[in-house]
Design a protein around this ligand. Structure first.
Ligand code: FES
Length: 353
């Protein structure tokens, strides 16, 4: 699990004025919208007594902790403590970490880390697919996110972006080539989906219709994103590590030519991913150029001091002391240096990588 990357934490459609909790990197975050519609992400841990801000509510530009009513601005500063006299200043230490947040192509992304903007790894470049149909969903795996990425960053998985019933059968994959980029890797391949089965109007006759081969692309972008293109159809998956052994994959399919109703498309996609569960959770990670690129980039990030030490958190801090991923203000605002009550999540020592 790595800090100092842009993490896609939620679909835009999930984030509203009502706060929601997002668990990722063994931490809790709260996402909500400000009165002008912008999405905002804070640490979910109220600095007063550790209450969950996501159980609270929004009031104008503030989020209100439900336990004792402390009110926090978008930048994480507490601006009102109801139990204090109205003219009493709010202590500087009354502040939670606030993470830079942007929305792109239907996702809310938060920069979970503290390095300056100029040093941050980029988000992937997402093209507007000009989609007629967009379908979203999520699936939880009992597997580390490295393993989930290695299993799902396969050209055959790109076939799930296509409309049709053939997701029950794997497509034929031919002519695979690969390319590396600064923050990821790509696999290109020709996919030949299995024949499409068409039924007559009364449903009595079945006819197998051959599907045309198409060019497929699978791209991986640090820290957790797989992008797929098959023909004109696109798909993005974000593999969010909940903890060291649990991963949630959120997926979004954008189809130009989809004719399947979204609820049916959602069902088919869910069924296709469920069929992959024994492989994703039980089989060793396949070795392909994307899996290898991920390991190299992850180890480089750990060497920079960006690897969160999930085992240390579990062993030494669980249920004793909360830790949070540090936000940019911890470095950028010197006068706040002593204002942080919550300890920073420990990182893996580079020599242990
Ligand atoms: S725990 Fe949040 S205001 Fe007390």
């Amino acid at each position: 699990m790595l800090k100092n990357f842009w993490w896609p934490l939620a679909f835009s459609s999930e984030v509203s004025r009502k706060p929601i909790r997002v668990t990722a990197l063994q931490e809790e975050f709260v996402a909500y919208r400000l009165p002008d519609g912008r999405a905002n992400v804070l640490s979910d841990l109220c600095v007063h007594r550790g209450g969950a801000l996501s159980d609270g509510w929004t009031q104008e530009d503030r989020i209100v902790c439900p336990y004792h009513g402390w009110e926090f601005r978008a930048d994480g500063a507490c601006v009102r403590i109801p139990a204090n006299p109205p003219d009493a200043p709010v202590p500087r230490k009354a502040r939670v970490d606030a993470y830079p947040t942007v929305e792109q192509m239907g996702w809310v992304w938060a920069f979970l880390g503290d390095i300056p903007a100029a040093e941050r790894p980029p988000m992937p470049t997402l093209q507007d697919a000009g989609a007629a149909t967009i379908v979203t969903g999520a699936i939880s795996w009992r597997a580390p996110y490295e393993q989930v990425i290695a299993h799902l960053a396969e050209p055959a998985v790109a076939a799930l972006a296509l409309d049709g019933e053939f997701v029950a059968e794997a497509p034929r994959v031919g002519d695979v080539s690969s390319a590396l980029s600064d923050w990821g890797a790509r696999l290109m391949a020709t996919l030949t989906p299995p024949d499409r089965v068409e039924r007559s109007l009364l449903g009595l006759m079945k006819k197998r219709m051959p599907c045309a081969p198409c060019e497929a692309l699978v791209a991986f972008h640090m820290p957790c994103i797989t992008l797929y293109r098959a023909g004109d159809d696109h798909m993005m998956m974000a593999h969010l590590p909940v903890d060291a052994q649990t991963t949630v994959t959120k997926w979004m399919v954008a189809r130009k030519s989809g004719q399947t109703e979204p609820p049916i498309a959602h069902q088919r996609m869910t069924a296709a991913l469920e069929r992959m569960r024994p492989q994703v959770e039980g089989q060793p990670s396949p070795q392909h150029p994307i899996a290898q690129a991920f390991v190299r980039l992850r180890d480089e990030a750990i060497a920079r001091g960006w690897g969160i030490d999930a085992h240390l958190i579990q062993a030494e801090y669980a249920n004793i002391k909360a830790v949070v991923i540090p936000s940019p203000a911890r470095r950028e605002v010197p006068e706040l240096a002593a204002a942080w009550v919550m300890k920073e999540a420990p990182t893996i020592k580079p020599r242990d990588a």
